[in-house]
Design a protein around this ligand. Structure first.
Ligand SMILES: Nc1ncnc2c1ncn2[C@@H]1O[C@H](COP(=O)(O)OP(=O)(O)O)[C@@H](O)[C@H]1O
Ligand SMILES: [Mg+2]
Length: 312
């Protein structure tokens, strides 16, 4: 009995029908995690990145017009930047805007598991992706692990195997015209031939003051803080990733809700001191402002900000 695919999204841009989560998991579960369009959130990004993405989304929906002048929409993007700045969130968001589910492949895990299989499993993954009639987004996380430059590898064992994986990847990318993302925080190792096959290279770095303001406001919701307070929080979180800012906001909300019952101060500087004491920023990147030498000034700024926020 053939099962009719059922729609997976209300997105007006989605194609008719689509694949059910269960079917996709049966097909792609061995390769990675399947994420459906419905769960996607839009990341907050800088204006130039937003503009570049806007154009890209537009052209993916204008295939016929591009074809008339001998062009195809770009479908492969390399996302670079530090952890927690929105690479996965962005790929998921774009897949969702196009109405397709995304398969998240952890490149690192794949390699150790596949050692000795000479990229055959890469072939299987891409074949499954090509076969899926409604389309999927392929997302390779930690891509540097898989796409390491061949000249940086030796000739022996595991390195040789990795080189085979790189070659398999090149061949598959040439035969796949679906949506594909790769994310990495170290680009210098990526094989130049693989690098060239990405039509977009998007840098998703740490947010600036305006983005931090928007991120703080987003993650403080449903609490509504004074603009001056949001500005102060955005300032003391200078140099932090959106993921860390989100954690800080969640700590604030948790403290506002539970603090009184636990006899903990719900003053903003006190909450943020507890946060700094209990959260470590990512390794290998400069410390955000409130973690560093300027902590006292940061706490002072927070002490001067209007508090508490309104809870509608
Ligand atoms: N630019 C952003 N705007 C809003 N939230 C973000 C952003 N970047 C990250 N986040 C939050 O941090 C979490 C982790 O981000 P993620 O997309 O996994 O980062 P990356 O893939 O770059 O390591 C997300 O689930 C989201 O809640
Ligand atoms: Mg990620």
């Amino acid at each position: 009995m053939s099962r009719k695919p059922r729609p997976f999204t209300d997105d007006p841009m989605a194609p008719d029908g689509g694949s059910a989560r269960g079917d996709l998991e049966a097909e792609f579960g061995a390769h990675g995690q399947v994420v459906m369009p419905g769960d996607a959130e839009a990341p907050i990004l800088t204006a130039p990145v937003r503009a570049a993405l806007h154009q890209w989304l537009f052209e993916m929906n204008a295939e016929a017009e591009l074809k008339a002048v001998g062009l195809k929409p770009r479908t492969r993007a390399l996302l670079q930047g530090p952890p927690g700045c929105g690479k996965t969130t962005l790929a998921h968001h774009i897949s969702a805007r196009l109405g397709v589910p995304m398969v998240v492949v952890a490149s690192n895990a794949m390699i150790s598991k596949w050692l000795g299989e000479t990229g055959q499993t890469i072939g299987k993954l891409f074949r499954a992706a090509r076969r899926n009639q409604y389309g999927i987004g392929l997302f390779f996380d930690e891509f540097d692990a898989m796409a390491k430059a061949r000249e940086s590898l030796g000739q022996q064992g595991a390195d040789n195997e990795r080189s085979n994986i790189t070659i398999a990847l090149l061949q598959e990318m040439d035969r796949y015209d679906g949506l594909m993302f790769a994310a990495t925080n170290v680009t210098k190792n990526i094989d130049p031939a693989i690098w060239r096959r990405f039509q977009l290279q998007i840098e998703i770095g740490f947010p600036g003051p305006a983005e931090r303001f928007a991120i703080v406001r987003l993650y403080l919701a449903p609490f509504i803080a004074d603009d001056a307070t949001v500005t102060a929080l955005a300032e003391v979180m200078g140099g932090a990733s959106p993921a860390l800012i989100r954690e800080a906001c969640e700590m604030i909300k948790r403290s506002l809700v539970l603090g009184p019952r636990m006899n903990l101060s719900t003053d903003l500087p006190a909450i943020m001191e507890r946060f700094v004491a209990s959260a470590a920023p990512a390794e290998g990147v400069p410390e955000p402002l409130i973690w560093g030498e300027q902590r006292r000034r940061c706490l002072q700024l927070l002490a001067e900000a209007p508090w508490p926020p309104v809870r509608p």
